[in-house]
Design a protein. Structure first.
Length: 133
């Protein structure tokens, strides 16, 4: 596992909002949550659902307003979902990190965006990933 990479994930989320890619990272966001609590509940349930969909026990961690997944299937993507509030607007930022892009990282982030928006996984959501909940 690559848990030290999570410190870099938090920085990337701040520096690269919206659906974006940098070396080893893919990011997106979802807005429209009523509260940070709702955002965290949705993030936690989405993370657990992702692992269960692949028949795996969740390998996750949690901080005050963040949920982390280690080796998220189907690839080996580290995923951080960070809930934040600014001027009454609650946003979930999703960042995936993996060393090589094996075709799974960006898709994994897009799948989390769909789940956070309440859309079926793979639907692309009404905003194409990275928009309003």
């Amino acid at each position: 596992m690559m848990r030290p990479a999570l410190a870099a994930i938090g920085l990337t989320t701040v520096l690269a909002p919206g659906l974006a890619q940098a070396e080893g990272f893919s990011s997106g966001y979802v807005t429209g949550f009523v509260s940070e609590t709702e955002c965290m509940d949705t993030a936690r349930s989405s993370m657990n659902a992702r692992f269960h969909a692949f028949g795996m026990d969740p390998d996750t961690g949690e901080a005050t307003f963040s949920v982390f997944g280690f080796d998220v299937p189907p690839g080996n993507t580290m995923v951080a979902i960070i809930c934040s509030e600014d001027q009454g607007r609650v946003t979930a930022s999703v960042t995936g990190y993996s060393l090589p892009e094996d075709g799974n990282r960006l898709q994994t982030v897009e799948d989390f965006i769909d789940m956070l928006e309440g859309n079926p996984v793979g639907s692309g959501g009404p905003s194409g990933g990275g928009g309003n909940k």
